[in-house]
Design a binder for this molecule. Structure first.
Ligand code: C2O
Ligand code: CU
Ligand code: CU
Length: 578
């Protein structure tokens, strides 16, 4: 009875609620911190559309997207990534400098039911990064399901600044993406959606305090770029590029964020309690060959948001919190950028469409260096510690956000012009504009983008790093290549032979120890498979002194396969879990 009265009261109020009632409260991802992170990827569902069926989604630990990982620079982080999907997938740590075998690109496939345990020392600067699936030809589909998450790196430089950092209050992550829903509320795997989703929330609104706010904005879309701005035209301040703080905040009123890019912005709301403002995408201002700048009324790219302005987040500004940040800092850090005088090589890359390339491609696929991605082919062998200039010539009419793994780079020039201040820091995605003066089919003057990067710390001849267009559709269609970083000093002539080792205790219960007969050998990879050949644990470069935690394995007999670093020989032994 009581319940019924309440319900009736809500109905009558609802009739008179103002327009704001159409908004949904922005969802803020949970957080995890420390040095060991347990991530369970699963198929799940979530009520995203207010009425009707739930949407089948992919989530990490929850029912959409994943937790925000807080990581301190200098810490060694251990990831336990369990794939509970029915499909293989990967999890890539976008923007991180780490060994290729830990990178989570298309080579580090996690089969269903398997736990992958990469780890690395965080050397990246404080900034906003993200993790997402990267299985070749499946990236668009797996990202569409909602699998991904933020990584927020902190360091001493950033911590010393007077910046907002109360998560979910004045320091707010915003994952921007758009989705197309079927009539039964299911995600469609398409490059452009009809509905804006901010942190998985449709028509998102949020209550924020009247002070300086920090938004960590990620373009997590399949294809679309977002031209960020505020409905009152206010100035906001860019404080980071992808991989770290800028030297000083850069005042802008609009900023175009392309797929894969992140930007942290400060917005001054001091004295504005009781007012509202909309954070918007001004995509009607985008040119026709920037993703989202074209209107496609029909066909495979048809969508409602093309070449339009639309809301990303409605802000209700309320009372200031105690200890609020109320001023925009004037300086942030001093970046020492890479010097072209130290470059060992200039690599020239091309972006073209596939016209005239023999094979199965239609004229609309985009490719790099006139080749379709081939997972068994390394385009470059980069000597360890090389400083390199990469020069990308885009002769397609369309603009492509180019991303490279392993490194953060500095943009040198875009069509001969030095980057503006907001792009003059550390980056891992660079927008390569389309050729100018041509038609949709091409022609015109190609655009040329140059950046400089240093490839230090991690050499591995076996596992490559990727470079690709971050539009997942283009990437899946083959607009990707790979390179290995190799250490010429480490190459010696080695004959292959099995590496003698013992396992103890055997049977084992919680911890299994591996002891190498020859201590000069080093383990590159261990996999543990059950007797049906299903991989259960994938351990890149395991830290053997700690033993292998096998407590999650069911009782039974397993095969441990060990690959050694020098010869890449596989040696194997059985053990029993009791
Ligand atoms: Cu964000 Cu290779 O990817
Ligand atoms: Cu990446
Ligand atoms: Cu592209």
């Amino acid at each position: 009875m009581f319940k019924k009265i309440i319900a009736a009261a809500f109905i009558s109020i609802a009739t008179y609620l103002p327009v704001s009632a159409q908004y949904n409260t922005l969802w803020i991802p949970d957080t995890l911190s420390g040095t060991t992170f347990n991530l369970n990827i699963k198929d799940t569902f979530r009520q995203i559309v207010a009425t009707g069926q739930q949407t089948i989604t992919g989530g990490i630990n929850g029912n959409f997207w994943g937790p925000t990982l807080f990581i301190n620079k200098g810490d060694t982080v251990h990831m336990h990534v369990k794939n509970n999907l029915n499909d293989s997938t990967t999890i890539h740590w976008h923007g991180m400098h780490l060994p290729a075998v830990m990178d989570g690109g298309p080579h580090q496939v996690i089969p269903p039911g398997t736990t992958w345990q990469p780890y690395w020392k965080m050397t990246n600067n404080a900034a906003t990064y993200w993790y997402h699936p990267h299985l070749h030809e499946m990236t668009e589909e797996h990202i569409t399901k909602g699998i991904g998450g933020f990584m927020i790196v902190r360091d001493a430089v950033e911590s010393a600044l007077a910046l907002p950092r109360t998560y979910g209050v004045d320091d707010i992550p915003l994952a921007l993406t758009d989705r197309d829903f079927s009539t039964t509320n299911q995600f469609q795997v398409v490059p452009y959606g009809d509905s804006m989703l901010t942190n998985g929330t449709l028509r998102a609104a949020y209550n924020v305090p009247a002070q300086v706010l920090r938004f960590r904005v990620l373009n997590g879309a399949i294809e679309r770029s977002y031209n960020l701005g505020f409905s009152d035209g206010r100035t906001f301040y860019i404080i980071t590029s992808d991989g770290g703080l800028l030297n000083a905040p850069v005042a802008v009123t609009k900023y175009i964020l392309h797929a894969g890019e992140r930007v942290e912005i400060l917005v001054n709301c001091v004295g504005q309690s009781g007012t509202t403002v909309d954070f918007k995408a001004y995509n009607s201002l985008l040119g026709g060959f920037v993703a989202g700048g074209e209107s496609f009324p029909n066909g495979p790219f048809a969508n409602f948001l093309g070449h339009k302005d639309f809301n990303l987040l409605h802000l209700n500004i309320g009372a200031q919190t105690s200890n609020a940040i109320t001023a925009i800092p004037t300086t942030l850090t001093t970046n020492t950028l890479l010097n072209t005088a130290n470059a060992n090589i200039t690599r020239k890359l091309t972006m073209t469409d596939s016209t005239g390339v023999p094979g199965i491609l239609g004229p609309n696929a985009f490719i790099i260096n006139h080749k379709l991605f081939n997972i068994n082919y390394n385009e470059y062998q980069v000597p360890l510690n090389n400083t390199e200039i990469w020069e990308i010539t885009n002769s397609t009419a369309f603009g492509h956000p180019f991303h490279i793994h392993d490194v953060e780079f500095n943009i040198l020039s875009v069509n001969g012009v030095a980057p503006d201040a907001a792009q003059a820091g550390w980056k891992d995605v660079v927008f390569c504009p389309g050729a100018t003066g041509g038609g949709p089919g091409g022609g015109g003057t190609p655009s040329v983008v140059k950046f400089i990067a240093k490839f230090d710390d991690y050499a591995d001849a076996l596992h490559p790093f990727m470079f690709h267009c971050h539009i997942s559709l283009h990437e899946d269609e083959g607009m990707m290549g790979q390179f290995v970083v190799t250490n010429p000093d480490a190459i010696t002539n080695i004959t292959k032979q099995e590496i003698p080792f013992t396992l103890y205790p055997n049977p084992a219960n919680n911890k299994l120890f591996v002891s190498l007969a020859d201590n000069s050998n080093e383990v590159y990879y261990i996999t543990i498979t059950d007797m049906l050949g299903r991989t259960k644990l994938m351990l890149p470069k395991p830290e053997l002194q700690n033993g292998i935690d096998i407590s999650a394995l069911a009782n039974g007999t397993y095969l441990l396969q060990l690959i050694d670093t020098k010869t890449k020989t596989i040696s194997a032994k059985q053990f029993v879990k009791k």
